[in-house]
Write a protein that binds this ligand. Structure first.
Ligand code: SF4
Length: 195
């Protein structure tokens, strides 16, 4: 068993915060050390939990459209790693899914990030992932996404692609008009480059 397979197997067997989860622990992530793009997200929703597949919902369809890649490429762990801040479905509250479990990132994140030596692009989706991955924790998601050129080209902060954010997209047309075409070109270049 390789180190990577062993680590992935340990994550999949994790029950660290089981007593706080609404369903059985079922870590939903996609990871191989060769991945060139990292999607740092929030936590799987119920549909992803049921399917055992990350972004198995409308958010995933929109995210793939934002990136300009097919499901085949998106779900190829040699191309794309998908590491939400919490790997298990955290449950639902009054205004949507609950935050990722706070136990998860301290337990697993650095162990999984450190082997990603081929990484060329990190997409940091939503407030929880941005608070972890970006040093300017005082900013809001909108402020960070608006300031995308500060992080370019290695990191791109993104809003969550959930249909719940349709209003945000309508209020910020520059996102689809200016940022997305550049992001799609960057993703294509990263996936086609040899090193
Ligand atoms: S959310 Fe993370 S820490 Fe909690 S059981 Fe799942 S893998 Fe373990």
């Amino acid at each position: 068993m390789t180190q990577a397979t062993k680590l992935l197997s340990e994550v999949r067997d994790c029950t660290l915060c089981a007593k706080f989860l609404p369903l059985e622990p079922k870590p939903i992530l996609q990871w191989q050390p060769q991945a060139r793009i990292l999607i740092a997200g929030q936590a799987p929703g119920r549909k992803a939990h049921d399917a055992g597949v990350p972004f198995h919902d409308a958010s995933g369809a929109r995210l793939r459209a934002w990136l300009g890649i097919s499901a085949e490429v998106f779900y190829n762990p040699q191309c794309v790693a998908i590491l939400p801040m919490g790997f298990c479905f955290p449950g639902t509250g009054k205004s949507g899914d609950l935050p990722p479990r706070p136990e998860c990132a301290p337990a697993w994140r650095e162990q999984l990030l450190q082997p990603l030596t081929q990484l060329k692009l990190t997409l940091v989706i939503g407030g929880y992932a941005q608070a972890y991955h970006l040093p300017d924790a005082a900013k809001t998601v909108t402020e960070r996404v608006k300031a995308w050129q500060e992080y370019w080209p290695e990191i791109v902060p993104l809003p969550h692609p959930s249909p719940r954010n349709n209003m945000w997209l309508r209020r910020n047309p520059w996102f689809e008009q200016e940022l997305l075409p550049k992001l799609q070109a960057r993703v294509a270049a990263v996936l086609s480059s040899k090193n």
